[in-house]
Ligand binder design. Structure first.
Ligand SMILES: Nc1ncnc2c1ncn2[C@@H]1O[C@H](COP(=O)(O)OP(=O)(O)OP(=O)(O)O)[C@@H](O)[C@H]1O
Length: 404
């Protein structure tokens, strides 16, 4: 079966239980089609930091690193330098001789992927520089090793701040700032990059923060990079459970609107303080989206809306901002991809706090949130995936990494 998606071709699509310990739930075999189209500087405004146009080089001053250099930078990939582990591999903090702090991601994909394709894809990612995106500084290819070197972002992930044990409550003003910043980063990928980039794995653990709560979206382009052009049997992450848009999960149809859906889930996390999937919640309430949907549609104009707000905030929020955030979230997680807003609209909604119509002519309460056929299909899929997750957890004795 072949799907023509907007930027790639899938072959032999099937939803399977991933063997990846990250518990990504879906896999696809994908032919890799490197893009050689040069990036243009179409983004405007102060958010765009740097977009070089030289097609030969890999971004600014430095891009290629030897493995030896990265060993030195990370203290031999020591456990003290370990920042965390995601679906693509371990991430280590490092220090370059010029004092620049970096995060080094050791990709698990090994040497299966052709060097040329890897470089072509890295080249595209490394040319994207924006205040709200984590910059790729460079890469290392040696033998079977593939490593990516990013700017170090010092204040952990949004997931950690919202859901980490013992973390102080994230203030409302910071939540709004983070949402607006992440929206800008994503809108830049969708609307200003050429070729445009669909992130494919938007989630709170892919939103890094600095000490001013400036959001930086990480891992863009990585899902596309982690392909194995030589074997055609790559098992790769297609998104994270709880964040994946229904149409992407069920048919592999990938558009920017899949990212918009995932972004909506992140907004719901910011609003409610709940995890996207929480198996400790009562049966039927495990999925944040499914739990929130009735409240989103039913209570949009009433006091009850505040029942969605994170109780840890103890009502310390600006009501108009809460309404705006809820309205944006409700629009983003619509079943129908075409009715979701574009990220540019989301950015404008945050800019004007409610001035933009995100409902595409519909009151939220009248939207298709209760389209029973669509919804029951989504719930069926969700339950099936939840079951797979539990089975995998039980058999491996492991834990899902952040976001699951
Ligand atoms: N540029 C960075 N600066 C600082 N810390 C980082 C950086 N990139 C990643 N990290 C840290 O490393 C951890 C693992 O990151 P990684 O992106 O591999 O995993 P993830 O986002 O949890 O999962 P996935 O691989 O599925 O996206 C993150 O949780 C974060 O704490």
């Amino acid at each position: 079966m072949t799907f023509e998606a907007s930027e790639m071709t899938f072959e032999a699509s099937e939803i399977t239980n991933s063997t990846d310990s990250s518990l990504a739930l879906m896999t696809k075999t994908e032919f890799f089609k490197p893009s050689s189209a040069p990036l243009v500087q179409s983004g405007s405004g102060s958010d765009v930091v740097y977009t070089p146009s030289d097609p030969g080089g890999l971004g600014h001053s430095r891009s290629w690193f030897s493995y030896e250099e990265l060993i030195k930078a990370t203290n031999g990939f020591s456990s003290q330098s370990l920042l965390g582990e995601g679906g693509f591999g371990c991430v280590y903090k490092g220090l370059l001789p010029d004092g620049r702090e970096i995060a080094v991601k050791q990709l698990k994909i090994g040497g299966g992927q052709g060097e040329r394709e890897f470089k072509a894809e890295v080249e595209i990612i490394s040319r994207i520089h924006h205040r709200h995106l984590v910059s790729l500084v460079g890469y290392c290819i040696e033998d079977n090793r593939r490593l990516l070197v990013y700017d170090y972002v010092p204040n952990n992930t949004l997931y950690f701040h919202l859901h980490g044990e013992g973390q102080p409550v994230l203030e409302w003003a910071n939540r709004v700032k983070i949402a607006a910043g992440a929206a800008r980063g994503l809108a830049y990928l969708h609307e200003d990059c050429n070729p445009r980039i669909i992130h494919r794995d938007i989630k709170s653990s892919n939103i890094l923060l600095d000490f001013n709560c400036e959001a930086k979206v990480s891992d863009f382009g990585l899902a596309k990079l982690a392909l194995d052009a030589n074997t055609h049997i790559t098992t790769r992450v297609m998104g994270t459970f709880g964040y994946v848009a229904p149409e992407y999960a069920s048919s592999g149809k990938l558009t920017e609107k899949s990212d918009v859906y995932s972004f909506g889930v992140v907004l719901l996390e910011l609003i409610t303080g709940r995890k996207p999937v929480d198996v400790s919640q009562p049966l039927g309430d495990e999925s944040l989206v499914e739990w929130a949907r009735p409240l989103l549609s039913h209570a949009i104009d009433s006091e009850e809306l505040t029942s969605l707000a994170d109780p840890r905030l103890e009502k310390n929020y600006v009501e108009s901002e809460l309404y705006c955030m809820i309205e944006v979230a409700a629009a983003c997680v619509r079943h129908s991809a075409s009715k979701r807003p574009r990220m540019g609209q989301v950015v404008r909604a945050f800019d004007s706090l409610g001035g933009t119509d995100l409902t595409n002519g519909m009151r939220l309460g009248e939207s298709e949130v209760f389209d029973s056929a669509q919804q029951s299909e989504e719930i069926r899929l969700f339950r099936a995936l939840l079951l797979l997750l539990i089975v995998e957890l039980t058999s491996s004795g492991s834990h899902p990494h952040s976001g699951a």
